[in-house]
Every structure is written in C-alpha cells, then in structure tokens.
Design a protein around this ligand. Structure first.
Ligand SMILES: Cc1ncc(COP(=O)(O)O)c(C=O)c1O
Length: 289
C-alpha cells in the first residue's frame, strides 16, 4: 500500500499538540529570542511540576514521564526518602567550600560496590569526568592518542564531541589525536593497538551506546580487556549513565547508576600504585605492564 506523507504543518497530531499546549508555545517563543537552539520541534512542553512517574506542563496537562530525568531518576521524581535527605542537607548550608564527612561515605560506598575503583574523584558532570580521565591517561602514559568508538557519547569537550572527520569549532589538533573504530569492531582496535605506540587509552560506553541502540557485548569487553592489557594501553569505561557495571555484579543487584564517574581500568592496581609515584613515566611509555 502506498504511503502518503503529510506535511508537518498539516499533521493532526501536531494540531492537537498546539491546541493542548498554548502556554508552552508562548514560552517557547519567548525562549527562542534568547536561548540558542534550546528547544525541540515544533516546541517542547514547559514543565511546572513532577511527582513519582508523572509530570505536568504549564497548560496543566499530565504526562507519564518516560524521560525520567534523562535516565537519572531511577527512583522517580521527589521520592520521599531522597527528598527528605536532600532537604536535611540543604538546611545545613548553602555551600561549605570545605570538605565534609559525607563525601568520604559516598566514596567508600562506591569503592565497596566497585572494588577496582581504588581512588574516587567526583566531578560536576560526565563531561568533566571523561575530560579528566583522558587527561590522566595521557599524563600517566606519556602518549597522546585516544581510541573512540563512533556513536559512543562521552560529553562535550573537544576530544569527544565530534564524529570521525571532525566538526566545526573543534581544533584540528584535537581531531588528530582521536582514532575511531566502529562499535564492537575488535579487529580495528587490534590493528590500531598492534601497529601504533602512541595510544594512551581506549574509551567506550561498556554497556550500551547511541540512545540504547548500540549494545557492547561481554565478548567485546573481554576482548578489549585482553588487547589493552597486552599492548599496555589504558581502558576507560565511561559509565556516566549506565545502570549496570559489567565489572561489578553488586552494582547490577543494587540497580545503581554511576553518575559522573569514569572508571579507569587497566591493570587497576598497577595503575593506582604507579599513579601515586609518577616517576620514570616517559621511560615506561612503551607499555604499562
Ligand atoms: C556515557 C556518557 N558519558 C558522558 C556524558 C556527559 O555527561 P554530562 O551531560 O553530565 O556532561 C553522558 C551524558 O549523558 C553520557 O551518557
């Protein structure tokens, strides 16, 4: 049967959306004057409140919230236990600008769930976590190149936010430091690692990438672990949004979501021991075994 394409402006779905969301449309027009590209087609809903698995927009429409805070809200909105804990802490201060015991408790909890995370560094965003992880990998190995998989997302800094070939605004120097492989293409990784001596790290989303459409299988992870160990290259698991941690069954059981954590895994104990004594780095640059 032949399909007929309806121009977007004539779509019944779109018309119903316009009729139900006039206040969101007004807000969108206001936003478009000031906020560059910060909206969806034809315009997003503007939310006013959310609770549990539902949210409401500026026109009073109620929605089941499948966004779930872009995956962050595994407990839903305003879970009473989470809310109570947040309210208790907010009442204690605005911003200490100092260390406090809870950050140690949090790090200890992470270490318990992911024993290979021997040192824990908190960052404000996933972008900063991967930025820091790549910088550490380069500093430690004394090498510059990074291997990435196309379609795997690691944030917005200059070494990760472009497809093969580069993008406007990304310096050529940054593009040249990144080598690409197709997802799950272990042969390509082997070819790169076996023929080059300038690779600091391989970074990937170890569970699933590209909006859940590109899974990384456990065979691939095992192969990468083996290859990177063999060639003395760091392996970075970017689990900023993954619920499951392939390296820690405990995390799976707890359904725990790593937020803003990059797990650097390459002979982890060797890595941390040496990272504490970063001497002879250049001398070791041919491998870290
Ligand atoms: C796998 C992965 N890495 C890094 C990031 C970047 O995190 P952020 O948006 O906090 O900078 C994201 C964001 O969704 C992500 O999914």
């Amino acid at each position: 049967m032949a399909t007929q394409t309806v121009p977007l402006a004539e779509s019944r779905i779109l018309r119903a959306y316009w009729e139900k969301t006039p206040r969101s449309r007004e807000l969108h027009i206001r936003a478009a004057a000031l906020l560059p590209n910060g909206y969806l087609e034809p315009y997003p809903i503007y939310a006013t409140r959310a609770s549990g698995s539902h949210k409401w927009d500026a026109d009073g429409n109620e929605y089941v919230d499948y966004f779930g805070g872009h995956g962050a809200l595994i407990l839903g909105h305003n879970h009473p236990v989470a809310l109570g804990a947040i309210q208790k802490q907010v009442a204690l201060r605005s911003h200490y600008g100092a260390s406090h015991e809870l950050e140690i408790c949090w790090a200890e909890l992470i270490h318990k769930m992911v024993p290979s995370a021997e040192r824990v560094r908190f960052t404000n965003s996933g972008t900063e976590a991967t930025h820091l992880a790549l910088r550490l990998a380069r500093a430690f190995s004394g090498k510059n190149k990074i291997v990435r998989f196309s379609g795997h997302f690691h944030g917005w800094h200059d070494h990760v936010s472009f497809p093969p070939g580069g993008a406007e605004g990304i310096p050529r120097g940054a593009v040249d430091e990144v080598l690409f492989a197709d997802p799950n293409d272990v042969r390509r990784v082997e070819e790169l690692l076996s023929t080059r001596r300038d690779i600091a790290a391989v970074i990937l989303e170890p569970t699933v990438a590209t909006f859940g459409t590109s899974p990384t299988g456990s065979e691939m992870l095992r192969a990468l672990r083996g290859l990177t160990s063999r060639f003395g290259v760091l392996l970075i698991f970017d689990q900023v949004i993954s619920v499951a941690n392939p390296g820690a069954a405990a995390c799976r059981r707890a359904n725990w979501r790593h937020r803003c954590i990059c797990i650097l895994m390459s002979r982890a104990s060797t890595w941390t021991r040496r990272a504490r004594r970063p001497t002879n780095r250049r001398r070791n640059s041919s491998g870290m075994t």
